[in-house]
Design a protein around this ligand. Structure first.
Ligand code: DP6
Length: 332
């Protein structure tokens, strides 16, 4: 017997960052975080549970993945299989939709789409809140990709897996968007998982980071409630910089920046000085993301083109939450 689930999930960019786990096994974060889901980057995933399979199989963009990658998928699918009390193996096919130059293939959209597809294949009918706790256990940032718009990942109160989940904050149907400046699209040398652990263990700034991220989140939720783009942007930029400063304090120091990251940050500052509100944020890589108003996006792109190539500049508007795909929407 075979049973199929198919799901699309978009990636998200944190405006208040997650950088550290208080429980590595359950992926419980040190602080709550808040993101914006983007429509330009997404993953489509199909799960086929098949009694005839002896082990799980995993294909990414039509390429069969090795044991290490497949093992990660198996462990993740086991969360669902254990709940449903089944042992059926699965064939998983994932397709990343990321403009080729972006290098932003993301574990956030990947595990969120996998959670949605597996939920359907098993027929568990888990709600979005529960799905976000499952997605979390694939990759922390995936917790937030279950929903669209502005999303908070609440850290939860104790060491119970179920209390740390995503909450939609606002559908972000505002005049808002993000321009990604792709500085370097190669694979990052230090994974976020390792980088955050090293930061917690060695950076003397870590406890201040958690305090400041917590108060930034409160202020950001106020800004979202008040529809205040400028405050939202200012907190975004400041929070991202504080995360990177905390990493620089680690031993050995961690920096994901490259010379062109600094060039991009400078350029955004110059654009802002001309009177266009726009703010940068960066994650565990050298690429720079510019939070801006959608109505200013064209102008910002033009100005960025003075210093960067066309293929380095990728605009995006707000993305929606996970969505099941039916057979006719599955064009692979
Ligand atoms: C800098 O979610 O990739 O993008 O939970 O270990 O899989 P794991 O890490 P991941 O880390 C994301 C870190 C970040 C900030 C954020 O998205 O909040």
């Amino acid at each position: 017997m075979k049973s199929t689930g198919r799901c699309r999930a978009h990636t998200n960019i944190a405006l208040i960052k997650y950088w550290g786990k208080r429980n590595e096994e359950l992926f419980l974060p040190m602080n709550s975080s808040l993101s914006l889901t983007l429509d330009a980057f997404y993953t489509d995933t199909e799960v086929v549970l098949d009694d005839d399979l002896d082990s799980d199989e995993f294909y990414l963009d039509n390429t069969k993945q090795g044991d290490k990658e497949t093992q990660k998928i198996t462990e993740f699918l086991n969360l669902f299989r254990n709940l449903a009390n089944i042992e059926t193996k699965a064939c998983v096919k994932s397709y990343n939709h990321v403009p080729t130059a972006a290098g932003l293939a993301s574990s956030a959209s990947a595990f969120s789409a996998l959670a949605g597809a597996m939920n359907q294949a098993v027929g568990l009918n888990l709600d979005l809140k529960t799905l976000s706790t499952f997605a979390r256990q694939g990759s922390g940032s995936a917790t937030r990709s279950v929903y669209g718009g502005f999303v908070e990942w609440s850290m939860g109160e104790d060491d119970k897996s179920s209390t740390s989940h995503a909450v939609p904050v606002d559908d972000a149907k505002w005049d808002i968007g993000m321009v990604v400046i792709a500085v370097n699209t190669g694979r990052k040398k230090l994974s976020s998982r390792v980088g955050m652990k090293q930061t917690i263990e060695t950076s003397p700034f870590y406890s201040s980071w958690v305090e400041t991220a917590t108060s930034d989140l409160t202020k950001m939720k106020e800004a979202i409630k008040g529809h205040d783009f400028i405050t939202l942007g200012e907190i975004t930029e400041s929070n991202g910089m504080k995360m990177h400063a905390t990493m620089l304090g680690a031993f050995p120091p961690i920096s994901y920046w490259e010379p062109d990251s600094v060039k991009a940050i400078q350029k955004v500052k110059e654009i802002r000085e001309t009177g266009i509100p726009c703010y940068v944020t960066m994650d565990a890589g050298p690429n720079v993301k510019v939070l801006c108003q959608q109505s200013d996006m064209k102008k910002i792109e033009e100005l960025l083109l003075e210093d960067f190539n066309r293929e380095q500049i990728i605009p995006s508007t707000v993305g929606e939450g996970i969505k099941l795909l039916n057979a006719s929407e599955w064009n692979y």
